[in-house]
Design a binder for this molecule. Structure first.
Ligand SMILES: Nc1ncnc2c1ncn2[C@@H]1O[C@H](COP(=O)(O)OP(=O)(O)OP(=O)(O)O)[C@@H](O)[C@H]1O
Ligand SMILES: [Mg+2]
Length: 361
């Protein structure tokens, strides 16, 4: 059956995978609609351009494209990184290179089939995260009951005993019992915070008030290190719709980390800013154009890239007595507020944690 050229044209246009036809000098000569979508560029800006512009700094891809044309070979499942027009956006792709054989059996062009795999990768990562959170949530709900009840019994009894104990050595042991019970209690509470379904009773909240309330709590531990808080507040910040208790928990976690990381005499800076033009990645990651930013800066230990990577993983800690839940709980709460957390850190220089919260949700 001989199909009309129109038929093939239709296939070319409607394929969900991108197709690039390239010439022997590795210029793009024809693209389909899916390619326009994948690269977020018009056909006009794609056709005539060089292949290396779409896959910058990847000699491997240029080499394969050339080889498929000059030697007539195909390559499958080649991983690459594509580049959107707005320079900094990269996305992962899976590529197939084939030589294009014309009627006269001469190869003068090549075809590249492109699958955008970035969304798949992103979804896989997210679903892995939520998967282990849901297992954790069943576990936690059970644990919370089974652990917290006997704990309150232990704590109560220990406290009664403490009252009657006169011997200082014995008192010390009993105080340790109470301290450790409190520690387990905090851990269980944090696990419940992480796994409990999100609360949505948002009320107009003054972020400066939230910050002041938690700074009072942490002032003592920073002063023990001879350090101090420095507040730089933007007075133009409006109230935001939020759950105050949850936000207090977030900033308490973040400020605690900053204090714990600080060296002797270190400052911890808390600054706020009202942004009306800060835009995030397009599409699903949008943050409203009006948002506030709370920045917590310490000049302490800093983090290695390996630590930054695992920062939000539940139970990841580098501290002797840390639970590794502080950042995971904070992220969960901020996401529930449709906000974002941005981390910048350099080893032995310090850490910058920025929390973005939308103003008009
Ligand atoms: N400001 C910071 N400076 C240096 N490292 C940090 C900072 N904040 C977090 N980290 C690193 O990230 C890890 C995880 O932090 P997270 O708050 O989740 O748990 P934690 O502080 O170890 O324990 P918890 O908060 O439960 O007491 C920390 O152990 C630390 O290695
Ligand atoms: Mg912490």
């Amino acid at each position: 059956m001989v199909e009309s050229e129109n038929f093939y044209q239709n296939i070319f246009t409607s394929l969900v995978d991108g197709i690039l036809i390239i010439s022997a000098d590795l210029k793009v000569t024809k693209v389909n609609q899916a390619s326009e979508e994948i690269f977020q560029r018009s056909r006009r800006s794609l056709e005539g351009g060089s292949l290396s512009k779409l896959f910058p700094d990847q000699p491997n891809i240029i080499k394969k494209a050339r080889q498929s044309i000059t030697e007539g070979i195909s390559f499958h499942h080649v991983e690459g990184i594509g580049c959107h027009k707005s320079k900094n956006e990269r996305f992962t792709v899976n590529l197939t290179f084939s030589p294009l054989i014309k009627d006269d059996l001469e190869i003068t062009a090549g075809l590249i089939l492109i699958q955008d795999t970035s969304l798949i990768k992103e979804l896989q990562e997210i679903s892995q995260q939520t998967e282990h959170l849901s297992t954790l949530s069943t576990l936690t709900a059970g644990m919370a009951h089974e652990i917290r009840n006997p704990l309150s019994g232990i704590r109560g009894s220990a406290q009664l005993l403490l009252k009657d104990l006169k011997n200082n050595g014995q008192r010390e042991y009993m105080e340790i019992v109470i301290e450790e019970v409190d520690r387990i209690n905090r851990l269980v509470k944090k696990m419940m915070d992480l796994t409990r379904p999100a609360l949505n009773d948002f009320k107009p909240t003054n972020i400066h008030q939230v910050l002041e309330e938690i700074l009072i709590l942490e002032k003592g531990s920073l002063e023990m290190k001879e350090g101090a808080f420095v507040q730089v507040y933007d007075p133009s910040i409006p109230t935001i719709e939020a759950n105050k208790d949850e936000l207090k928990q977030v900033f308490l976690n973040l400020v605690k980390n900053a204090v714990e990381a600080s060296p002797k005499g270190g400052q911890v800076r808390i600054s706020t800013q009202y942004n009306t033009d800060y835009t995030f990645r397009k599409n699903k990651d949008t943050l409203s154009s009006h948002n506030i930013v709370v920045k917590i800066t310490d000049f302490g230990l800093g983090m290695t890239t390996a630590t930054i990577k695992k920062l939000f993983t539940p139970f990841f800690t580098t501290k002797k007595r840390g639970s590794g839940l502080g950042m995971a709980v904070s992220l969960k709460i901020i996401e529930n507020h449709h906000g974002k957390i941005k981390v910048t850190s350099k080893e032995n220089i310090g850490t910058d944690i920025q929390v973005f919260l939308p103003v008009n949700k």
